[in-house]
Design a protein around this ligand. Structure first.
Ligand SMILES: [Zn+2]
Ligand SMILES: [Zn+2]
Ligand SMILES: [Zn+2]
Ligand SMILES: [Zn+2]
Ligand SMILES: [Zn+2]
Ligand SMILES: [Zn+2]
Length: 329
């Protein structure tokens, strides 16, 4: 339910009531004005908090007043200092938030004042700017005392807390939920925050510190890692593909595959170095043996065919290959 609370504008209050009149006098004066209907000022919806008090709700119950807080500045509902004071018809002063709560929680009936059981009618409630001024000028210690020794009027407290070195703050880096005093924030941001940005030692791209280790270990293109084919060389991650074309441990087809050798060998060795490569020499000789076995098998088959067909010539399709390899190796 939307409850309308009415108040007298500042100009009306100040024109009728001298500065720092008590809230009771304000209430009486207002009532007189209401009864007479004079003043010609329109009523407005209330609830507008001063900029200095709008953020005080969080510390309302931990404020440290230099002098003991007078009873009439204490809200009858929340027992804290009255913030954005609103006066009832019975002359008691509540926080706007609290009087609004009382009215909203009793939509069917008229709520009673907790102090004198007087009925609280919404059209009799008004924003008490005189009381607001008095409260705004009360002296308080910084809410971070005794660490901080500053004292000021209540209306300057928020301003002070914006720079107070002992105010608790959450780290401003996205993802970091650490809370510390303002005096420690710079060092945290510079040295210890896991979410600060740092350039990668290798590729120089910026990463949050908590991602950096993972980046360097698993994805940085400039980090040297062991060849995954175990050739014992250290290769930059971005060069792995190129290296795979030269790595002696990468298994490739025998250069004689087209002649029928299916042995897989290590290393992509350029043709000119074939003669000087002992590993490949060994592979090729085993390749030759394989071809010899093929040839023997073929000759036997061919001879049997000759006998069966009565032919005199032997056909050896692999003979020239083996002859070649025999010459070279
Ligand atoms: Zn209150
Ligand atoms: Zn009352
Ligand atoms: Zn302070
Ligand atoms: Zn942080
Ligand atoms: Zn990197
Ligand atoms: Zn390698």
């Amino acid at each position: 339910m939307n409850v309308e609370v009415n108040y007298k504008s500042i100009s009306r209050t100040s024109s009728h009531i001298p500065f720092l009149k008590t809230r009771l006098q304000v209430g009486m004066a207002t009532k007189e004005s209401d009864l007479s209907g004079s003043g010609g000022l329109s009523r407005q919806n209330s609830g507008v908090a001063g900029p200095w008090e709008s953020d005080l709700t969080a510390v309302q119950h931990s404020l440290k007043f230099v002098k003991k807080l007078e009873e009439h500045y204490v809200c009858p509902t929340c027992k804290g200092v009255v913030l954005n004071p609103h006066q009832t018809g019975c002359g008691h002063i509540f926080c706007y938030r609290c009087i609004q709560g009382l009215l909203e929680n009793s939509p069917a009936t008229t709520p009673a004042c907790p102090l004198d059981r007087g009925l609280i009618k919404s059209d009799e409630v008004f924003q008490d700017n005189c009381c607001k001024r008095e409260i705004s000028n009360l002296d308080v210690y910084c809410t971070n005392s005794p660490n901080c020794s500053h004292r000021m009027t209540l209306c300057r407290l928020q301003e002070h807390l914006q720079t107070c070195q002992f105010e608790s703050l959450q780290c401003s880096n996205a993802g970091c939920s650490e809370i510390m005093q303002r005096k420690d924030l710079q060092e945290h941001l510079r040295i210890s925050c896991s979410y600060r940005m740092e350039p990668c030692h290798y590729c120089k791209h910026p990463y949050t510190c908590c991602q950096l280790e993972d980046h360097e270990r698993h994805s940085c293109p400039e980090v040297e890692i062991k060849c995954p084919n175990k050739c014992s060389q250290m290769i930059k991650r971005c060069m792995l593909e190129d290296h795979a074309n030269q790595c002696p441990e990468v298994q490739t087809d025998c250069v004689f595959k087209k002649y029928g050798c299916f042995v897989r060998v290590g290393g992509h060795i350029p043709p000119l170095s074939v003669l000087w490569n002992p590993i490949l020499r060994q592979r090729i000789s085993s390749c030759s043996r394989t071809i010899s076995i093929f040839r023997s098998g073929w000759k036997l088959q061919s001879r049997n065919d000759c006998i069966l067909n009565g032919s005199k010539s032997l056909f050896d399709p692999l003979g020239w290959v083996v002859a070649d390899t025999d010459v070279v190796w």
